[in-house]
Design a protein around this ligand. Structure first.
Ligand code: FAD
Length: 446
């Protein structure tokens, strides 16, 4: 406790029982017990923490809501202090003129989206944890979700970022306009940086008018293979879904056999949920053209005719991760990406590798949650080989080893082993320039 006794404007926890939850996030990784958890309530606390960390040689590990799936907010090493941003002050402010919203890092994403919606605007990033994750965490992980296939990821919606760097001062990177070209966009360097360059304390986000109509479809398909061609065929025909989620045959069978009542009636070999939100997407010509494309592959297509049905379709998708986790508590869920045009090749390769897995996720942008359900019972060296094979396969097809969860601790070794050495060298040079003493989240990403 000694070095933290005089920390201004902060709550400090040092009781081991209170520290224990901070060893966990939503990944399968376990952190060590931190020296302390600090909840700062203003810049003075952070400034003093940075000074102490440099003087006393401990690490600062930023944490939002702890819903991360890569172990990024977990303390490692001998001496780490978790900096929990949940008490960071600030208001949500919408500017209709600038089509923007400013918010502190502590704001829950759910409140950010609601504040925009209350004034008729839309903030698209929608990780499936949107009701519980914090804005700061979504910025630091560059979170994505079902909407990313049309709207892109968090970084596409950030106008400016406020961050406290190793000089102990808060700096603003960017302005409240989509047009800004005064040198490289340094704010973008902080988005997706997983806390290794400094603390994000707030941001100004870009908004867009709220979509006014939706076409939402539940699409069970006769043949799994047909589903894999569909994202490319839809795009080729000029249809851009705002979401295109999928369940492979194994996940659909589990849902049918053990899921809730509404999942038991689902037909087909595999299934997708598609949503469109552009103006005119509920018109007859739009739907006719779409159904011409989907009809031949569908087995019992459902189109939501009202908001209640739309939410019913989405409920199946939202419960999938929790449902599988409950049935297979020690599963490992990966989130690789392959380009839409290579989905068929990916699943053929996965079968050839013989990795026992089931998949669901974001087919529309090729971000696939490949779940190794038996990971808990698999010998660790074999599990590691299976994961490396999976990453190599996605990378050999022009993809990557993480689409949205990030690298953190969970994928650090694989990231270092499989990335272009030039990329790692560049990242390390940037880290050295921004954080020469290595106080911010050491041992993560690089
Ligand atoms: C059920 C479920 C569904 C999910 N679905 C998705 C999904 O669809 N898409 C997706 O992208 N993710 C998803 N996630 C993962 C997770 O919710 C996201 O990564 C989210 O952005 C993490 O936010 P958080 O506030 O919980 O961050 P944390 O878990 O607290 O932290 C995540 C990382 O950000 C860093 N960090 C946090 N706050 C700051 C800060 N203020 N300054 C600097 N660094 C900071 C941490 O050090 C860590 O490296 C899901 C998780 C769950 C449990």
């Amino acid at each position: 406790m000694a070095p933290f006794r005089n920390l201004p404007d902060a709550t400090v926890l040092t009781d081991p029982d209170a520290l224990e939850p901070y060893r966990h996030d939503e990944s399968h990784v376990l952190g060590v017990l931190p020296l302390a958890v600090v909840r700062p309530r203003g810049p003075a606390a952070l400034k003093e923490l940075v000074r102490l960390a440099k003087a006393e040689g401990f690490a600062l590990v930023p944490r939002g809501a702890g819903t991360g799936k890569a172990g990024g907010c977990l303390p490692t090493g001998q001496r780490a202090v978790v900096v929990d941003f949940s008490a960071w002050p600030g208001e949500l402010r919408v500017s209709p003129q600038d089509l923007s919203l400013s918010a502190p890092a502590s704001a829950l994403l759910r409140d950010v989206k609601a504040a925009a919606a209350a004034q008729g605007f839309f903030y698209p990033p929608d990780p499936n944890s949107w009701e519980s994750c914090a804005l700061g965490g979504t910025l630091a992980t560059n979170a994505g979700g079902p909407n990313a296939c049309k709207y892109g990821m968090t970084r596409h919606w950030v106008l400016s970022v406020e961050a406290l760097l190793e000089d102990g001062e808060i700096h603003t990177f960017g302005i409240s306009s989509v047009k800004a070209n005064a040198g490289p966009a340094l704010g973008q360097l902080l988005i997706g940086s997983e806390g290794i360059f400094g603390f994000i304390v707030g941001a100004t986000l870009r908004l867009t008018p709220m979509p006014r109509e939706y076409t939402t479809l539940l699409l069970p398909v006769k043949r799994w293979q047909d589903l894999l061609d569909l994202p490319g065929r839809l795009c080729g025909a000029g249809y851009l879904p705002s979401a295109f989620e999928f369940f492979d045959p194994a996940v659909l069978s589990e849902l049918r056999a053990h899921g809730p009542e509404e999942a038991r009636r689902l037909p087909g070999e595999a299934m997708a949920i598609l949503e469109f939100d552009e103006r005119g997407c509920t018109s007859e010509p739009f739907l006719e053209g779409l159904l011409d494309l989907l009809g031949p592959v569908a087995e019992g297509l459902e189109v939501a005719s009202d908001e209640r049905q739309r939410q019913g379709i989405w409920a199946v998708r939202r419960m999938t991760s929790a449902f599988l986790k409950e049935r297979h508590p020690k599963k490992v869920s990966e989130d690789i990406v392959v380009p839409r045009s290579r989905l068929g090749e990916f699943f053929a390769g996965l079968e050839r590798l013989g990795i026992p897995s089931v998949s669901y996720g974001h087919l529309g942008d090729g971000n696939l949650h490949v779940n190794l359900l038996a990971a808990g019972e698999t010998e660790p060296a074999l599990l590691e080989r299976q994961l490396m094979d999976l990453f190599r396969l996605s990378m050999s097809l022009g993809g990557t080893l993480s689409g949205e969860h990030g690298i953190g601790l969970a994928k650090r070794d694989a990231f270092l082993a499989l990335s272009d050495p030039g990329q790692i060298q560049t990242l390390r040079a940037i880290k050295q320039a921004l954080d020469p003493q290595g106080i911010f989240n050491p041992g993560k990403v690089i």
